[in-house]
Design a protein around this ligand. Structure first.
Ligand SMILES: O=C(O)CCC(=O)C(=O)O
Ligand SMILES: [Fe+2]
Length: 353
């Protein structure tokens, strides 16, 4: 175990969870072209795209999109600014250290399932303001409101981030409409849940790791929100657990494409018609990697439960209702420390039987 000495024990995974990068099957996932859906807004014209989305959500819960409407120059400018930010001295970055459980600002000690992730992150909310419960205690109804924190350098960072999220958010809204249609619902059925959204962008930076088979950039997890719109650079490292056989599949980067995945909330809304798959980010020995998820999340007070249209005698409700803000607060609290208990999961709200 000499090699493990190069990696701080906080990052070490149990042997059963260590990645085997060389053996992962590389796959592009279903690729969906959104050009038609973005240019012809009437539902009749959307049927082909909607059926592709239905198949991808059922079979994988993960897919890639191209011709998605996000301007590549906006994305490039934003990614360049992000790289400059992460290149700052750590003391500079830590001035923006995230406080309490708010996912806003800089962070470099996140844990997934109690093992430290080999990464640093910068989070900002899409609206500039994040309102979530002050604690995960169900009896505490206090709320906290936080605004985004911005670094002085690079000077264009704030504007590049804001411009980027404006475009990504439009894509997320469109995807939620298409997913609603794919579930047999009206395009606007889910719109109201996002009125006071708790969405945020996370910029993940994974430095090279001397022992990439002993640690992970992000450990296996499912995303807690409704839908994730993820940009990754050309290094690669995202792996998805394939529904069909439980194999870890390496997701091939598509230049300028986005990876879309179903989150826990959409799983529950769809009454498990769609599932949020486990995924993780593996590390690279030589290269840094950047990935940028946009987590599209509803208002904190949303009670998440299967949509009534998707419950029937044949398909009874599979989940008990839960409060999104409390779930989010619990996740955020436990991600910041190493604990000896499992963090909150939607399985805890599953109806028995
Ligand atoms: O780095 C990646 O590709 C995935 C990151 C991720 O899953 C997350 O931040 O939730
Ligand atoms: Fe994720």
């Amino acid at each position: 175990m000499g090699a493990a000495a190069d990696v701080d024990p906080a990052y070490l995974l149990d042997p059963e969870h260590r990645p085997k990068p060389a053996t992962a099957v590389v796959h592009g996932l279903p690729v969906i072209d959104l050009a038609e859906a973005l240019s012809s807004p009437t539902p009749a014209d959307l049927s082909k795209t909607v059926s592709e989305i239905r198949d991808a959500c059922r079979d994988w819960g993960f897919f890639q999109v191209v011709n998605h409407g996000v301007d590549s120059a906006v994305r490039e400018r934003f990614e360049a600014a992000a790289r400059q930010f992460f290149a700052l001295p750590v003391e500079e970055k830590r001035k923006l250290r995230r406080v309490e459980m708010y996912p806003l600002g800089y962070y470099d000690v996140e844990h997934t399932k109690n093992v430290r992730d080999w990464k640093e992150v910068f989070d900002y909310s899409s609206t500039g303001l994040l309102e979530i419960p002050a604690s995960d205690d169900p009896l505490d109804d206090a709320l906290l409101k936080k605004i985004n924190q911005w670094p002085e350098n690079p000077p264009e960072f704030k504007e590049a981030c804001e411009e980027y999220v404006r475009q990504t958010e439009k894509l997320a809204v469109k995807l939620v409409e298409l997913i609603s249609l794919s579930l047999g619902l009206g395009a606007d059925r889910l719109k109201g849940f996002f009125e006071k959204e708790t969405s945020f962008v996370r910029i993940n930076h994974y430095p090279p790791c001397p022992e990439p088979h002993l640690a992970l950039g992000v450990g296996r997890h499912t995303d807690a929100g409704a839908v994730t719109v993820l940009a990754q650079d050309d290094v690669g490292g995202l792996e998805v657990k394939r529904k069909a056989d439980g194999e870890w599949i390496a997701v091939q980067p598509i230049p300028n494409g986005y990876i879309i995945n179903i989150g826990n909330i959409m799983q529950v809304w769809s009454n498990a018609e769609y599932e949020s798959p486990e995924h993780r980010a593996i590390l690279n020995q030589e290269k840094d990697r950047i990935s940028i998820p946009f987590f599209f999340n509803p208002a904190h007070y949303t009670m998440v439960e299967p949509l009534e249209e998707l419950i029937s005698d044949e398909r009874p409700s599979k989940y008990k209702a839960y409060n999104w803000g409390k779930f989010f607060a619990s996740r955020n609290r436990t991600n910041l420390q190493k604990l000896n208990v499992e963090n909150i999961q939607i399985d805890h709200f599953k109806v028995a039987g």
